[in-house]
Ligand binder design. Structure first.
Ligand code: PLP
Length: 409
């Protein structure tokens, strides 16, 4: 049996038809489809183990707490964090970055200081830092990309000085699909005593992330892009930062003792998990990461790598042959994600025609307006592949794109 087909068979959403055509789902960078193990856990918890975690002395609550904390342990192991205290459940990568931008900056960012972000950032890795800078009277600096969409770690050196308080870098761009040299960037920033947050929303899906080896200070990602549930995500942080940072939100679960005169806070990780968490969505991270791990290992992992290499080679070649097509981002170090435009065709029109063929792609600014401005466009079409996508789907996509272009010209 074919390894990719085996993976597909475990992901029920892929078997559906759209307008009578088999679904070709190429919007995985936005949200990945879920395997049965994740769906089963969500169903089981919704129908049976739906009880608040950490709070009660009864069986259902105990079970929910075990599943929630079990998922935290699975995340810890998956990213090789030293301890559960380093792993904070959030509602997603956006919330994780906002947590750091708000809490870290409240303590460390002062008037006249600055924050550095990479030019290939998603809005989630720009706006939270702008809000923090506005509040503190600090400024935002940008590590630029070149004409290929690549930033060099060395180029951060001229930007680093004693007023830089944190660097926030994109691991893999959701527009360009380029795998950035975050480890080298972290080494350089640390030489200047500056901590680094890595936006790993795409990085966690496509690379093996070992936070201790990377030596990042923070790593943020969402569950729904790695086969899990929406509204759940992770902030990894080094313990000394998380200990020193003030709480982000106040409420239940994050407290030690509360009086009207003074409140003390719960130890990590609960200090940053105020209120009833998304315990069902977060618990589903365990089967989601088990699935991600399993399909990246052994013969299956080899088959996925081979399939992705073939898809990358095919897509690059096929897009280059389409008259007027421009693929954004050029690097050997990339994932199977392709953002492009075709001269004379509006991206929205292309996407609508593809939709009628059962092909789901993303268009628009892709939550990266500064990156659009860098390439002088206001919109792109993006086809982003997951391990369960096949070369045949890529071929169908290209033939659909050619038809769409012929109709629009
Ligand atoms: N960062 C990157 C690189 C992304 O691709 C995304 C989502 O597409 C995000 C951040 C934000 O993720 P979420 O909307 O799940 O919080």
């Amino acid at each position: 049996m074919n390894a990719i087909q085996d993976i597909r068979d475990r992901v029920p959403a892929l078997a559906q038809t759209v307008y009578g055509k088999p679904l070709v789902y190429l919007d995985n960078a936005a949200t990945a489809q879920k395997p049965v193990e994740v769906i089963e856990l969500l169903n089981r918890m919704n129908s049976a183990t739906n009880a608040n975690v950490h709070r009660a002395m009864y069986r259902l609550s105990d079970e929910a707490t075990n599943l929630y904390e079990g998922a935290r342990e699975r995340v810890r192991e998956f990213i090789n964090a030293p301890a559960r205290e380093n792993v904070i459940f959030t509602s997603g990568a956006t919330a994780s970055i906002n947590l750091v931008a708000s809490s870290f900056c409240a303590k460390y960012l002062k008037e006249g200081d600055s924050v550095i972000v990479t030019e290939d950032s998603h809005h989630s890795n720009i706006v939270p830092w702008q809000l923090a800078c506005e509040k503190a009277g600090a400024s935002l600096k940008v590590l630029p990309i070149d004409e290929n969409g690549v930033w060099s770690a060395q180029d951060i050196i001229p930007l680093l000085d004693e007023r830089v308080k944190i660097v926030a870098a994109t691991h893999i761009s959701n527009v360009l699909g380029i795998i950035n040299p975050v480890k080298e960037l972290i080494e350089i920033a640390h030489r200047y005593g500056v901590p680094v947050l890595v936006d790993g929303a795409q990085g966690i899906v496509h690379t093996r992330v070992d936070v201790q080896e990377l030596d990042c200070d923070f790593y943020a990602f969402s569950a729904h892009k790695i086969y899990g549930e929406t509204g759940s995500g992770i902030l990894y942080g080094k313990e000394h930062w998380l200990e020193e940072m003030p709480p982000y939100m106040g409420g239940g679960d994050m407290v030690g003792t509360v009086t009207f005169a003074k409140t003390t806070y719960a130890p990590l990780p609960l200090k940053f998990e105020a209120g009833t968490p998304n315990f069902i969505g977060s618990a589903a991270l365990k089967p989601a990461l088990d699935f991600a791990w399993e399909i990246s290992q052994g013969e299956c992992g080899k088959a996925v790598k081979e399939s992705e290499s073939k898809i990358i080679a095919y897509m690059k070649g096929a897009l280059a042959e389409i008259d007027g097509a421009v693929l954004y981002g050029e690097s050997q170090n990339r994932i199977p994600l392709f953002s492009f435009n075709v001269e004379g065709c509006h991206p929205g029109d292309i996407a609508q025609i593809l939709d009628k063929m059962g092909i789901a792609v993303r268009t628009g600014m892709l939550c990266a307006e500064p990156l659009m401005a860098h390439f002088g466009v206001t919109s792109m079409v993006r086809a982003s592949f997951a391990p369960y996508n096949t070369l045949q789907e890529a071929e169908y996509f290209i033939s659909g794109l050619k038809r769409a272009v012929a109709m629009l010209r």
